[in-house]
Design a protein around this ligand. Structure first.
Ligand code: BYC
Length: 329
């Protein structure tokens, strides 16, 4: 735990002057740092969002890991391994950022493993073939970057700083995914059909990553006021669509939305209705892979128990030897 002496009052019991001064700092684009006073609800929102984000990075390794042993070449395997390793690193930066708010890592893991905490809906879809690894990089990491570049300017210092590094790595991830899609879409007819099948399955779930539409997003308005979120869910989704459609055109692939249409007046694409019933169903735990993902995380946590015990024993040993040295001195 990095944070000591956390400075906030109980929710609802917060002096109006402190609340006003806090909002004034946000409005001036000052970063809020761990030891600064903050409203309890600001802290709670950040812990929720950052820990869910961390869980998404960790669970997000699973659909990719499915293809490590079957990557088509050694080079592809090395690239995929490096990407999966990056996701683990992102999870660690984010858990550390959430710890600065006073949440313990154990509590965050427990909430994930008990099913209390959410992780991104997208990771409950399967990666059925190699083209899916391309689609995940291109669409899933592409959607992630669109959301995360905005988070580099989020108001909480440790979160915004972790996002800067994460975005650099995500940009490599997106490009490696697109490069796989270019190879496949411009390859044999069978490869092109696989690439089209992957975009057919990943397009709509990628749009759902941005969260419910603004009118159904309970947290957005307060999070925007606190500049935790810099753009609304719908605005980011629209930016993603506008950036991605021309990329699909270059690939010669079709976006599976018959209502997609360029509006010449705005330069933006209008699109069909998202199936929000599917989204709600997936975040409730009933997506195609929810059970499999949770089972994998629970097993990994159990299998890793000896590593945590060994690390704790080693830390204790180091502390004892430091204490002994102090006594001798
Ligand atoms: N999936 O009021 P809203 C990655 C939940 S990692 C599941 O709009 P908010 C990658 C939301 O949590 C990608 N749940 O909420 C990793 C809330 O539930 P609770 C992850 C979702 O927080 C490895 C409820 O719906 N990125 O890209 O204002 C390999 C109402 O929503 C989803 C982040 O986490 C969803 N898609 O806005 C490859 C970015 N959407 O908590 C790639 C950081 C919404 O009330 N997070 N919910 O129970 C954010 O920017 C925001 O939290 C969100 C949601 C835009 C996601």
């Amino acid at each position: 735990m990095y944070s000591q002496g956390l400075r906030d009052s109980a929710a609802g019991d917060e002096p109006v002057e402190l609340l006003a001064a806090f909002q004034a700092r946000i409005d001036k684009e000052e970063k809020i740092e761990p030891r600064d006073w903050m409203p309890a609800a600001y802290r709670k929102t950040l812990i929720r969002q950052i820990s869910q984000h961390a869980h998404s990075e960790i669970v997000g390794q699973l659909p990719e890991a499915n293809w490590v042993t079957r990557a088509p070449t050694l080079k592809r395997k090395l690239i995929l391994l490096a990407k999966i390793q990056d996701e683990a690193g992102h999870g660690l930066y984010l858990y550390s950022a959430a710890e600065t708010l006073g949440e313990s890592r154990k509590k965050m893991y427990d909430d994930l493993l008990s099913g209390k905490a959410k992780y991104s809906s997208i990771f409950n879809y399967p990666t059925l073939n190699w083209a899916d690894i391309g689609a995940v990089g291109w669409l899933v990491d592409g959607a992630a970057i669109m959301n995360q570049v905005a988070l580099c300017r989020t108001s909480y210092g440790p979160y915004s700083r972790s996002m800067v590094r994460i975005c650099k790595e995500e940009s490599f991830h997106q490009r490696q995914g697109y490069e796989i899609m270019v190879k496949m879409a411009h390859g044999t007819a069978q490869q092109k059909a696989m690439a089209q099948d992957a975009i057919n399955r990943f397009w709509w779930p990628a749009l759902m990553m941005f969260g419910p539409s603004d009118k159904d997003s309970p947290h957005s308005s307060q999070s925007m006021k606190w500049k935790i979120k810099r753009f609304s869910n719908d605005d980011l989704r629209q930016k993603f669509i506008d950036a991605t459609v021309p990329q699909a055109e270059y690939l010669g692939l079709t976006i599976p939305d018959k209502h997609l249409k360029l509006d010449d007046a705005t330069g933006s694409y209008t699109h069909g209705e998202i199936d929000w019933k599917e989204f709600v169903n997936v975040i409730k735990g009933n997506g195609p892979c929810n059970q499999q993902r949770m089972a994998a995380r629970i097993k990994a946590h159990k299998d890793g128990a000896w590593v945590r015990e060994a690390a704790e024993a080693y830390a204790k040993k180091l502390q004892n030897s430091k204490d002994n040295k102090k006594e001798v001195a």
